[in-house]
Design a protein around this ligand. Sequence first.
Ligand code: ADP
Ligand code: MG
Length: 378
Amino acid sequence: MPEDEKGIPVRVALRCRPLVPKETGEGCQMCLSFVPGEPQVVVGNDKAFTYDYVFDPSVEQEEVFNTAVSPLVRGIFKGYNATVLAYGQTGSGKTYSMGSTYTASQEHEPSVGVIPRVIKLLFEEKQQRQDWDFVLKVSYLEIYNEDILDLLCSSRERSQISIREDPKEGIKIVGLTEKNVTCAQETVSCLEQGNNSRTVGSTAMNSQSSRSHAIFTICIDQKKKNDKNCSFHCKLHLVDLAGSERQKKTKAEGDRLKEGININRGLLCLGNVISALGDENKKGGFVPYRDSKLTRLLQDSLGGNSHTLMIACVSPADSNLEETLNTLRYADRARKIKNKPIVNVDPQAAELHQLKQQIQQLQVLLLQAHGGTLPAAI
Ligand code: ADP
Ligand code: MG
């Protein structure tokens, strides 16, 4: 990584999807605008937020990947852990962006998301390093109601899963299936297999996918062939987080309410951890990893020798304004980037300003024409 990337553990990309047909059908309007050439989004006429990257609705999967994600994959070969998290309300484009529902039949489509692209690049980069030995292992889990579910294990043989901290190897998940993979195809099959487990679960629990956090992990062991002392052990987490929407919208009770509380706990803890890591004044200070399973699992991939990208996903529709603002604020807090003042970015505001000036000029002309007294109508 270049010098300037040191000490920037978390980057935030804001991604706004296009209006979906349902929204246009309901007559929704865009409530976000974008500043050309600046990583900035403007809500309504005045509220501006700045992030490391801002992807407007026209930006395709390939550009998101090349700009924001591929540096993290390359970092793995230099010994950095990497984490990509998709955050946002249900329907904002988390799964689309992560590509978590990928099947091999989509291989050549431009809509392929982050996970399959990461897998492809990872094996391409590996191929170029013939002087290294690699061992790659994949696991795929879901956190639902603070329980960890193994998505690579058929439901019948599911064992109890627990989190341990190994002084040498860091966080270890005991009882979780880890599959050795040697090529992109095998890795993609693991993704597909895990997704099938998710779908099975969701028939029992309606929209389970949006109530759970899904973490697809690739562990990469690299050893230089002629120098046994040169080795890295890296983890790459690709996370499709549960929907961030507030429970009051879904009128949750009973089990649903419990789910909501657990989801919010995970997301709240994640926010606290990221914010503690991003705070210059708190360097070396306490980071509350232990407050949720999500942050505990991601502990050694957030902070330390790790690079993290949060893709904050939003809908541009005015009907989602409240949730969109929540996401923008959460993401803003995650990075603590100071908003830059914006100059004449909003065409409506600019036009209004111009019209006001014109009125003033006309008033002056009128005044002059009437010899200093205005007619009553003006
Ligand atoms: P989430 O996982 O956040 O609940 P999804 O990823 O399922 O949301 O997206 C909701 C809908 O929006 C899907 O139909 C998806 O195809 C569409 N969508 C999301 N992001 C984009 C995008 N960038 N371009 C086009 N369609 C998108
Ligand atoms: Mg989803």
